[in-house]
Ligand binder design. Sequence first.
Ligand code: AMP
Ligand code: ZN
Ligand code: FE
Ligand code: FE
Length: 451
Amino acid sequence: MALRVQTLARELALKALYQHDLLGGRSPEELRAFCTQNGGPEVAEPAIELVEGCIGHGEKLDEVIRRTAENWELKRMATSDRNILRLGVFELLFRQQTPPKVAINEAIELAKKYSTANSPPFINGVLDRIYNVHVVGGAEEEAGPLPEADDSPGAAGKGRAAGVTARPDPQARADLHVHSTASDGSHEPSELPAMAAKAGVAALALTDHDSVEGVAAAGEAAAAVGVELVPGVELTGYAPRADGTGEMEVHIAGLFVDATSPVLLGRLRDLRAARVERIRQMSRKLGELGMAMDSEDVLRRADGGSVGRVHFAQQMVAQGYCRDLSEAFQRYIGADCPAYVAKEKMTPAQAIALVQAAGGCSALCHPALLPDFESYLEELVEQGLDALEVHCPVHTPQDERRLLEMARRFALAVTGGSDFHGAAKPEIRIGQETVSFVELDRLKQRARQRI
Ligand code: AMP
Ligand code: ZN
Ligand code: FE
Ligand code: FE
C-alpha cells in the first residue's frame, strides 16, 4: 500500500477514534459510515481496519499505555494524545505488517498535526518504551536500531529488527515464580497448572527453593491443561551488605533450567542435605530458649522435599509457641533472631553460574527488598545476571518503574510472578503478578544463549 494512502488512513482512523472517545462510544456501523463518508474507498478500508483493531483491543491497549505512561492518567491526557497512542500501540503490538519504526514515526506525525507542541516528544517517549518493553522485550542496546521506515508495497516484514517478526502473543500471561510441596509451598506440583489455567495464566514457572523435583510432575499436568511449564528453581546467595552490618540474602531464580542436568541435580541435593542439618541446629537453638522442638516433626512436614523455615514456623505454631508464621519469623527464626541459622553459604555469583551451567536464565528475585540494591546490581550484571524480577507482590508501582528503567539500562530481561506458596502466604493468589509472553519469549532467548 502506498505510503500516502496508509498515512491518510491513519489520519482518518484517528478522527473516528476521537469521535468515538469524545462522544462516548459510536456503533461499528456509525464508525464505518464515518470513514466511508470522509475518505475514498482506498483510504476508508484501511482506516476501518485500524479503528476496529483499536476498539477490539481497546482494554489491552489502554492497559499497556497506563503501565508505561504511569505519570499520566489516561483520562486526563488530551483526547488527541490518548487516541494517537492507542493507534500507535495497536500497530506496534498487533499489526504485523507495520514496521515498528513506521508505527512510531507516523504517530509522531499525527501528534505534530493534530495535537499540542508538547505532544510529539511525549508520544515518542511512550511508544519507544512500549516498543522496547513489549515488542523487543527489554533492552534497547540489544534490540539495535529500529529498522528504517519502509511502508512501500510488499515491504511488510522486511527490515524489521531481529526477534520482532515472530511475535509471541502479547495478551498471554505468565506467572514465573511459584512454589510447591517440593519446597515450602502447600500445593502439589501436579495441582498448580490447573490452578494457573483457572486464573487465566498460560505459562507457569515452578521455582522451588533448592529443588527441581516437582518439575516433571508439573510438566505433565501442564501439558494436560494446555499450560506452558517453565522449569525453574530459586537459589539463595549470601552477600555482604554495603554498610558493613553483616550479610543479606540474594534470591536468584533460574528459569528454563535443564531439570535433568547432573551438575544442577548434584548441587541441589547437597543444598537440601545442608537444609536438613540446619533444621537440627535451629531445633537445638530453640531448645536452649526452653522450647522443645523435635527436628523430625519439622522434616516430616517437608515430606522429603526441600525443608525450610516455613516448615519450622508451621511446627512452632502447631506446638503453640507462636500464633502464626509471621510471629515465628519475627521473634525466633528471622535473620538476627535467636534461633536463626543461615543455609549453606553460596555467593550470588555461584548461584548465577549454577543456573547458567544448567542452561537457564538467571533472574534476581524481589530486588526491591535488598538494601542498597541500586548500587549492588552492577556487580550481579558483571557476574552474568540475565533478568530482573520487576513484577512481584512486594513491589510498589514506584519500585517497578525504577526497576524497569534499571533493566533497560543494564540490558536485562524482565520477569515477574506471584511467589505463590499457598498456605504460607495466604494473601497471595497464583497469577497475581505476571509478565506477557513477549517477556517470556525474551527470557527463553536469554536461556538459549547459554546453551
Ligand atoms: P528458607 O529458605 O528456609 O530460609 O526460608 C525462607 C522462606 O521463608 C522465604 O523464601 C519465604 O518464602 C518464607 N518467609 C520469609 N519470611 C516469612 C514470613 N514472615 N512469613 C511467612 N513466610 C516467610
Ligand atoms: Zn518459599
Ligand atoms: Fe524469594
Ligand atoms: Fe520464592
